[in-house]
Design a protein around this ligand. Structure first.
Ligand SMILES: [Zn+2]
Ligand SMILES: [Zn+2]
Length: 319
């Protein structure tokens, strides 16, 4: 199985991020939340998905937790996803991947290229161990079904530019002691040995805008501060000013959230949307400890947007 998959995958050969000349800058960025817990319009669920519109580039980041949530919410928000050809799956968890095949099948019926390319990081297809001790190879099975639809999967081990001004972190080095994941999870390594599952494939998206870099995370299992450090090391002398997504801080102690907020502040973060597994109370703690104002630091909800030059727009529930 592994060999077959290896042949089918295309290893990415993106532009090196160290080339600091001729850097492309996105002028108009709009990010719309399509799956998270809270919803004023559409349906809420334990999951995450966001539509990225960066000038002429459209990307779906994660696919939600139920097979139809993203599709239903996009209809409720009058958003057409059939011209979105690129999907990023931040990591293997079902609450980010359950919509993968249903979305591909529904949208490809309108446009055969819709969600025709899926970007993941190594580890995404690794065998996980279920609570009952059985092997879970669901993402391997999904990937074969996806390839059978004509879809192409691109693996990103390293920090890479996937479209002008748009980057994937690839594998995020765990240099800080963040454990923003379920520490009881188990997986198998390449030799079949059972090891702790720290969600090694967890990766984030980075967009260079006229105002600075915007970082989008799915569950942030690799640690938001590890992500900030990794981006800073790869896009030197550039400022991350916005963080959006799930940060998995919901079980994190107050002192660790305070440390996280301090690091966000040191990085110059001006806009923060904590969606999905960030937890609600941690968002307000970060607002206080990172010195942000109401409107600059919000809980994510379905239909909430972030736009360059405008910041967040959200319903009255979360603004
Ligand atoms: Zn999640
Ligand atoms: Zn997760």
């Amino acid at each position: 199985m592994r060999k077959t998959l290896f042949v089918l995958f295309v290893l990415a050969g993106g532009v090196t991020s160290h080339a600091q000349d001729n850097l492309h800058v996105i002028k108009h960025l709009k990010i719309t939340i399509l799956s998270t817990m809270l919803a004023q319009r559409g349906w809420g669920e334990w999951g995450f998905s966001a539509l990225i519109e960066a000038d002429s580039t459209k990307i779906l980041f994660d696919a939600g937790s139920h097979e139809n949530t993203v599709l239903q919410n996009s209809k409720a928000l009058n958003i057409d996803l059939s011209d979105v050809n690129t999907l990023i799956l931040s990591h293997d968890h079902t609450d980010h991947t359950a919509g993968w095949l249903p979305l591909r099948n529904a949208l490809a019926a309108v446009n055969k290229n819709a969600l025709g390319v899926t970007h993941v990081a190594p580890g995404f297809f690794d065998t996980r161990i279920n609570d009952d001790g059985r092997d879970d190879n669901d993402r391997k099975k999904d990937s074969l079904l996806y390839i059978a639809t004509g879809g192409r999967i691109v693996l990103h081990k390293n920090f890479e530019e996937i479209a002008p001004g748009i980057y994937l972190t690839g594998i995020v080095p765990r240099v800080h002691p963040e454990k923003n994941y379920d520490t009881t999870g188990k997986m198998k390594d390449a030799t079949g040995r059972v090891i702790a599952d720290n969600v090694p494939e967890d990766m984030a998206l980075v967009i260079r805008t006229t105002d600075g870099l915007v970082l989008v995370t799915g569950c942030g299992h690799s640690g938001i501060v590890n992500n900030l450090t990794h981006v800073n090391n790869n896009l030197k002398h550039e400022k991350i000013y916005t963080v959006i997504g799930g940060l998995h801080l919901l079980n994190t102690s107050d002192d660790k959230i305070q440390w996280t907020a301090q690091k966000l502040k040191e990085n110059g973060i001006r806009y923060f949307m904590g969606a999905h597994c960030t937890g609600i109370e941690p968002v307000y703690q970060i607002r206080t400890w990172a010195g942000l104002k109401r409107g600059e630091c919000i809980v994510g909800s379905v239909g909430a947007t972030f736009q360059t030059g405008k910041g967040f727009t959200a319903g009255s529930l979360t603004r």
